[in-house]
Ligand binder design. Sequence first.
Ligand SMILES: NC(=O)c1ccc[n+]([C@@H]2O[C@H](COP(=O)([O-])OP(=O)(O)OC[C@H]3O[C@@H](n4cnc5c(N)ncnc54)[C@H](OP(=O)(O)O)[C@@H]3O)[C@@H](O)[C@H]2O)c1
Length: 265
Amino acid sequence: MQLAGKRFVLTGAAGGIGQAFAAALAGAGAQLLLVSRSEDALEALCGRLPGSGHQLVAADLATAGGRAALVTAAGVEVDGLINNAGVSFFGLLGEQGEAELRQTLELNLLLPMLLVRDLLPALQARGGTIVNVGSAFGSIGFAGNVAYSGSKFGLRGFTEALRRELADSGVNVQYLAPRATATSMNSAAVQAMNSELGTAMDPPERVADELMALLARGNGVRFIGWPERFFIKLNSVLPGLVDKALLRQLPVVRRHALAAATARE
Ligand SMILES: NC(=O)c1ccc[n+]([C@@H]2O[C@H](COP(=O)([O-])OP(=O)(O)OC[C@H]3O[C@@H](n4cnc5c(N)ncnc54)[C@H](OP(=O)(O)O)[C@@H]3O)[C@@H](O)[C@H]2O)c1
């Protein structure tokens, strides 16, 4: 896809990966509608971006009013929607409140569906592109992340079904699955766990490079990182082997999850 002059809606724009996406897209000549909750953060980001014509919407997308503000600002000139906003609450299921579980499913899964539904007429009119930002945890379920994994598995299923539903519509539907990435989404407990488990963490710019490669390709799915890609394949054909490998990690995950719960109290 040629990005120069194209207008993209980017949710989660002020987050770690969102800022890297914004820089890469604006650098390629796209005009952005940047969406996050903090107006100050969006204004600072907007001021750093190359190009002109970028707009911002400070909105809580967990609310109907926030989503309506985004859809109104987007209008009919939309060439791309990047569903990047998301939340993660690391911890054991038994330690999580209903509000955290609801927020995880609503932000990570229901929100992309609602935004696609509302922006689809505009996207269809311009042969646009949708990118849903999933996760390696959307293909491999992980202890300490059961609601998050569930939401990202759902997002991957939504993406596949939507791609098939829109196959003759001229709209591209794509899925980008980062592995662990160094942003504030990962609390100190997650960072300590990743370091103990030897889990690689990408810089957000790596994820932005992968987004640009995906957009250039114009279709399909991209899972970032090795050995994550291998384990994703293995999990789909021999999940018992992955169960065994992850069982060895379970005491470490449990210890850090309980530390995270104690830190929240
Ligand atoms: N970091 C990782 O390890 C990792 C790995 C795989 C996939 N991902 C996925 O990558 C995406 C971006 O994550 P990130 O690492 O950049 O996280 P982040 O730095 O925490 O950014 C999350 C973004 O989502 C926005 N958001 C959260 N709740 C919102 C709400 N109610 N209304 C509007 N916006 C809301 C935040 O807005 P505010 O700016 O207003 O807070 C923020 O801009 C997510 O979908 C995440 O699941 C991340």
